[in-house]
Design a protein around this ligand. Sequence first.
Ligand SMILES: *Cc1c(COP(=O)(O)O)cnc(C)c1O
Length: 398
Amino acid sequence: MDKQQIMNTAESVLMHTYGRFPMVLDHGEGLYLYETDGTKYLDFAAGIAVFALGYSNDNYKAALKDQVDKLLHTSNYYYNVPATVAAQRVCKASGMDRVFFTNSGAEAVEGAIKVARKLYYNKHGHADSTIIAMNHSFHGRTLGAVAVTGKAAYREPFEPLIGGVLFAEYNNLESVKALIDDRTAAIIMETVQGEGGIYPADKDFLQGVRKLCDDNDILLILDEIQCGMGRTGTMFAYEQYGVLPDVVTMAKALGCGVPVGAFAARGEAAEALVPGDHGSTYGGNPFACRAVETVFDEFERLAVVDNVKKVSVYLWDTLEAIRGEFSVITDHRGIGLMQGLEFSIPVGDIVKATMVEGCILIAAGSNVIRFIPPLVVTEAHVDEMAEKLRRAIRKVVG
Ligand SMILES: *Cc1c(COP(=O)(O)O)cnc(C)c1O
């Protein structure tokens, strides 16, 4: 099949849930992706913040091949070494006591919600608790995750969703406070809003929410599915706020391509779920957990977080320079290697034009271009991206 045939066939058999770019990807190497016809792209999207290690990392590939030869799956009725080691690594890195591995980010959010509801039930002797979520948040596409997602268009066609979800304004502590009552089980938020347009939490806000939770016996769930795993310059973004959540969700870069997520909890939240309360056939299988274990090993070996600290400053300065050159760019925000440029016009055409120049970027909402490269990106890659982006913006805005 040639490229056009592949795209036509895909469109005829895959559900039309995505507007795909006309690109048939075949393999990757470092920061570069290649199409079946050999066309090369610098990748500043990392499969949506997934491929932290870049493509084709040798140790990662070797570990997974070794695990394929040994054992892919056991179910959770038995112990296995990769899940045990991966759980230790996640707990140590996150400051949590226990972890449950899932197959996706949305499932991690589902699990976190169940922890909050179960703990409330244990303490109060009745269910019917509520959860406070944030406007413009994104937590995934399953019915529970979409119920706490702060974008009406994602929720409304699928109602009724899980009930008892109230929405506050992100970075507005008073709006959170106003929703708290004796039925509040948890507050869920991203430490840095990703899909909503790259909005980091204000320090005062996150610390204020932590205090509200402490004062009112409410769980703080931080969704670090996108901003966790080193992306912001610390393993988890909350480290930079001096705040520890009660439950944290992670996925995306956790497996660097192997589908795996997790929710981890500490203290009484870590003990809320007991046998019979939750499960997953695949969740945390030896293959997925070998990926997690190897990702942590490679993060250490390659000093990935130090690289983020260094290159993110260079990316910041580069994007600031670009912002100064084009009046259509109205804002620049973000932390670490999770930055966004906001435009006064929809960014779809600029993203497409950048792709034609040979660089993959993605939008966050209609007006923001998101920069979430693999975490092993170098300053030379940033320069290459910047040159392609400048050319693309000039083409679109003239
Ligand atoms: C991507 C994302 C999710 C959903 O993860 P999936 O693996 O797509 O289910 C949830 N929360 C945040 C913050 C995300 O960025």
